[in-house]
Design a protein around this ligand. Structure first.
Ligand SMILES: Cc1cc2nc3c(=O)[nH]c(=O)nc-3n(C[C@H](O)[C@H](O)[C@H](O)COP(=O)(O)O)c2cc1C
Length: 217
């Protein structure tokens, strides 16, 4: 136990050196700044920059969180896809309030998005589903995400069945597959600093307008 504590103490974090972030010289819309930061993350070789933590609220009012892939960003918001029958899908049905968190360690940047999720129409969800690999589609068609798996043999059997089915119904779409859009009410951009004098810029929607505020590190 002591060794772990020592190990943790000696692990480095936020070492940098990082890029400069000037919060005075930013677009008026956080989605534009997010897109800028996202391109910078890719250019700088951040691993899986499109992996993000989606936080939701369960029926007991407790937080729940998991990593998902960002599927799109446009002027309306951020998009992710999953089965509406999954645990998160059921939670979103009751409480659509969510947060998304990105951390790009290589460039010491974090983005926190708070907002509301909404199901996107069937057509876009179907397109997202059909762009998935064959096995990923078969797994979704089995449709038991987040249920207890009593025997992994059952998973293999159901997967074989769905793979067989897809041979004759190549364009089959899981009716529960869903693209969700997150509309933000707050977006925070955090640039880490080696000396811990981090820069934090919060965009907050007030009367349908984005307000910008700096936050203490
Ligand atoms: C890098 C990464 C990407 C993932 N992408 C997705 C995704 O796009 N959609 C999805 O449903 N699950 C994805 N998962 C799995 C989820 O983290 C989670 O295990 C699953 O969706 C079940 O969550 P739930 O029980 O809260 O519904 C991903 C996991 C990782 C680690």
């Amino acid at each position: 136990m002591k060794d772990i504590q020592k190990l943790l103490r000696n692990l480095k974090s936020l070492e940098g050196p990082y890029l400069k972030f000037d919060p005075k010289n930013v677009p008026s819309n956080p989605i534009e700044l997010f897109q800028e930061w996202f391109h910078i993350a890719i250019k700088n070789g951040v691993h899986e920059p499109h992996a993000m933590t989606l936080s939701t609220i369960n029926k007991l009012g407790h937080p729940d969180a998991r990593v998902l892939i960002l599927k799109d960003i446009d002027e309306d918001g951020w998009y992710f896809a999953s089965s509406s029958n999954s645990m998160k899908g059921q939670q979103l049905k009751v409480t659509p309030n969510v947060s998304l968190t990105f951390y790009w360690s290589l460039i010491g940047r974090q983005v926190r998005i708070r907002g509301t999720s909404l199901k996107v129409g069937k057509e876009r969800s179907a397109k997202d589903f059909l762009e998935r690999g064959k096995l990923a589609r078969a797994i979704a068609l089995v449709g038991k995400q987040s249920k207890v798996l009593a025997d992994s043999k059952e998973l293999d059997e159901l997967l074989i069945k769905q793979m067989e089915r897809m041979k004759s119904e190549a364009d089959i779409v899981d009716p529960h597959w869903c693209l969700y859009k997150v509309t933000a009410s707050e977006v925070e951009f955090w640039q880490g600093d080696r000396e811990r004098k981090h820069t934090r810029l919060l965009y907050r929607k007030e009367n349908n307008k984005w307000i910008q505020e700096l936050l203490w590190p």
